[in-house]
Design a protein. Structure first.
Length: 201
């Protein structure tokens, strides 16, 4: 029963984390909040953090027999995967404005000036794949599924699936909001798996 409850809560968390960033939902809040919408992003991040931490804590407290037990040699590869996931996510932050991502910038400057043509940041990891943060999270979650009790396996399995689904949903959202400029970016750069061999022109 506790595994069903845990999985259900993870699915609900993933749903709400995605739902409140959809164009329709954010537009609805923007129309009703007015200038206060500047605090939406930071509030969204705080709620996400405040709800994910108890889930992570709870799943770590549920005992059970280890799933996918690894040998000492394979454990090395697990930790390499964990470190790689963290580094890829960290590397993603070098490409965009961290204050904007967290919502601090919007809260500090609530009144946005009308912008011009949207710009796609295509340097750093974003010149290799379109969603490096999701890829880093996916690698971390898959690595975390090994040599752990069932509760942690299930939790990270759901999160790994969410990384793939979330990347696809984010791709469609950005294409809808940014239009042709993002569609061209989609043609140039793969979503999650980098191109090993580039075709010559």
């Amino acid at each position: 029963m506790k595994y069903i409850a845990l999985c259900s809560l993870w699915i609900v968390w993933c749903f709400q984390h995605s739902f409140f960033t959809t164009t329709k939902v954010t537009t609805w809040f923007k129309n009703r909040l007015g200038d206060k919408f500047a605090f939406y992003r930071i509030f969204y991040n705080l709620i996400s953090l405040a709800t994910v931490l108890p889930l992570l804590y709870w799943q770590n407290q549920i005992p059970g027999t280890v799933v996918i037990r690894l040998s000492p040699l394979l454990l090395v590869f697990k930790y390499i995967g964990l470190a790689s996931g963290v580094l890829i996510v960290a590397g993603s932050f070098f490409t965009f404005d961290v204050l904007e991502f967290t919502g601090i910038k919007q809260a500090s400057i609530p009144r946005e000036k009308p912008g011009g043509t949207p710009v796609i940041r295509k340097h750093g990891l974003y010149s290799i794949i379109r969603h490096p943060m999701y890829l880093g999270g996916l690698i971390y979650c898959i690595s975390s599924m090994t040599d752990v009790p069932p509760a942690r396996f299930l939790g990270f399995f759901i999160l790994a699936a969410y990384m793939v689904i979330g990347a696809g949903r984010e791709d469609r959202r950005l294409a809808g909001e940014l239009g042709e400029i993002y569609i061209n970016y989609q043609k140039e750069v793969p979503m999650l798996l980098p191109k090993i061999f580039k075709q010559g022109k």
